[in-house]
Design a binder for this molecule. Structure first.
Ligand code: HEM
Length: 535
């Protein structure tokens, strides 16, 4: 059965039921023996040493000693909430995913996070925010593991440990604890210039959201969708907040974070408990599934690029309402495990090399973080669809599996038959015959034109904030050569931006080292594809 509890506001959520064993009338040991005293250890006389035989003492202290689990290697700081997703039915032309059928309601759990800070760090730092959604669909769980920024720092997952090592604290002093202002970060992004686009989003007001309720969310990668008739399209997922996108100014963030490091977490839970449920619309940008997987000259497999919404409008496909706070933060927010490979029929992956690497990383890290291979049995991770797998045993196995034949076909336990028509579809795309190489396609080479597009789309006030952020953050670098290299990158983006930041840092203004002719031009013919979407 799908677990369900009711919040103080009366809204049904997908929160796991509180364990009955924690609701008895009397305090007990973990074995259910009622306790007379939990304040005094068993001693040899009132002034004597504690006796080894005091099982209650040892159980209580031992369990406490093992309360902590490893924090996430990234996105350690976060908050989560339960909610309900209602589909408009507008996506049925492009995907057979059942949770997107008209009027279909699906319970969800969403976890918002910062990326770089530790679990106890402040909410209000300049950083990317995670926006991960678990849809408990009838056809199996769908995890949309996105961020509040539509592009990523790198194009290939093999660099992920490197950008994270550069972005997290310095190994010698463990400074800074939660933001991007230091030598290794700027060293990395100025040497791996594909990171310049994401970096500018971080330096813009998007780097400090006003609250989780005021954030957009992006699946970032391009996915492949398939409909009932077997036709495919390429698509990007977007979350649009009902309250619009709002940010904190730098000074506001310093004050809010100083007064209340839980600023975003508190806002999320207070608003839900007040009945002001946070809402988002889920939308899709849809592109034809062409052989070269490009749209308007943009390589759809390059996660450092967006497709401007003017070229492919975001088409709303459903509404998310967050209506339930967690009952137990550890059980739900800390133990939730997202994974890009959790896909329902109708949604599939592409060959984006960042996406491909992520498909490996999440389960791998969760095997350690959640103590073995059975974490999908933790209540928050249990699918709401029936599960009949052939996975057996292992650490922390909670299921008592019946039967004797966890293999198929078999002639003892009913055979474990496959579904004939409703199962997951690995879309049979052609894998190009090619040579094994460690290299990017040339279409990944342009690192600057979309950054320029972003900068030029900003209002004067937003531009001022961006200049201030670059100047402030770079001023904190100890190494002059790193500042100069980043200023060179700014020269390759825009002369005005570069001149203002360089002047603020007291550095000379360099000339660009790459040509300026790689602008993204709208393609009217292709942009009409978005317009054909049903209203
Ligand atoms: C965690 C998003 C790239 C590895 C997360 C979380 C989010 C996220 C939202 C937090 C999940 C939670 O709340 O539990 C993204 C996005 C990426 C990206 C949008 C790029 C578009 C990568 C890459 C890798 C990676 C390239 C590795 C190759 C991880 C790991 C965790 C994580 C190990 C911790 C998961 C856990 O402990 O449960 N990511 N990520 N991510 N991500 Fe990513």
């Amino acid at each position: 059965d799908a677990p369900e509890t009711v919040t103080p506001t009366g809204a049904a959520t997908g929160a796991p039921k509180i364990s009955k064993s924690q609701q008895g009338a009397y305090l007990t040991t973990s074995q259910g023996a009622r306790l007379r005293d939990t304040d005094h250890s068993l001693k040899a006389g009132p002034r004597g040493p504690i006796l080894l035989q005091d099982h209650h003492f040892r159980e209580k202290i031992t369990h406490f000693d093992h309360e902590r689990i490893p924090e996430r290697v990234v996105h350690a700081r976060g908050a989560g909430a339960h909610g309900l997703f209602t589909a408009y039915g507008t996506a049925t032309d492009v995907t057979k995913a059942g949770f997107l059928a008209k009027g279909k309601q699906t319970q969800v759990f969403v976890r918002f996070s910062t990326v770089l800070g530790s679990r106890g760090s402040a909410d209000t730092v300049r950083d990317t925010r995670g926006f991960a959604t678990k849809f408990y669909t009838d056809e199996g769980t769908f995890d949309l593991v996105g961020n509040n920024i539509p592009v990523f720092f790198i194009q290939d997952a093999i660099k992920f440990p490197d950008i994270i090592h550069a972005g997290k604290w310095h190994p010698d002093r463990e400074i800074p604890q939660a933001q991007s202002a230091h030598d290794t970060f700027w060293d990395f992004v100025s040497l791996h210039t594909e990171a310049q686009h994401h970096t500018m989003w971080n330096m813009s007001d998007r780097g400090i959201p006003r609250s989780y309720r005021h954030m957009e969310g992006f699946g970032v990668h391009t996915f492949r969708l398939i409909n009932e008739a077997g036709a495919t399209v390429l698509a990007k997922f977007h979350w649009k907040p009902k309250l619009g996108v709002h940010s904190l100014d730098w000074e506001e963030a310093q004050i809010a974070g100083g007064v209340d490091p839980d600023f975003h977490r508190r806002d999320l839970y207070d608003s839900i408990e007040a009945g002001a449920f946070p809402e988002w619309e889920l939308g899709l940008q849809v592109f034809p599934d062409t052989e070269d997987e490009t749209f308007a000259g943009i390589d759809l497999l390059d996660p450092t690029k967006i497709v401007p919404e003017e070229l492919a409008p975001v088409q709303p496909v459903g509404r998310l309402v967050l209506n339930g706070v967690p009952t137990n933060f550890h059980a739900e927010v800390e133990q939730v495990a997202f994974h890009l490979g959790h896909l329902p029929p109708g949604i599939d992956v592409t060959n984006d090399p960042l996406l491909q690497g992520r498909l490996f990383s999440y389960v791998d890290t969760q095997l350690t973080r959640l103590g073995g291979p059975n974490f999908s049995q933790i209540p928050i991770n249990r699918p709401h669809a029936p599960v009949n797998d052939m996975l057996r045993d292992g650490l922390h196995q909670h299921a008592v599996h019946g039967g004797v034949a966890p293999y198929r076909p078999n002639s003892l336990d009913g055979g474990n038959p496959f579904t004939t028509d409703t199962g997951f579809v690995d879309i049979p795309v052609r894998v190009a015959e090619s040579t094994k190489v460690r290299e990017n396609p040339v279409s990944f080479d342009d690192h600057y034109s979309q950054v320029r597009l972003f900068w030029r789309s900003m209002s004067p006030v937003e531009k001022e904030h961006i200049v201030r952020a670059y100047t402030f953050e770079l001023a904190k670098c100890y190494e002059q050569a790193i500042k100069e290299r980043q200023v060179q990158c700014l020269a390759n983006i825009d002369p005005v931006l570069c001149e203002q930041v360089a002047t603020g840092l007291g550095l000379p203004v360099p000339a660009p080292t790459v040509p300026f002719d790689a602008e993204v031009e709208p393609s009217p013919a292709l942009s009409q594809i978005g317009g054909e979407w049903p209203a």
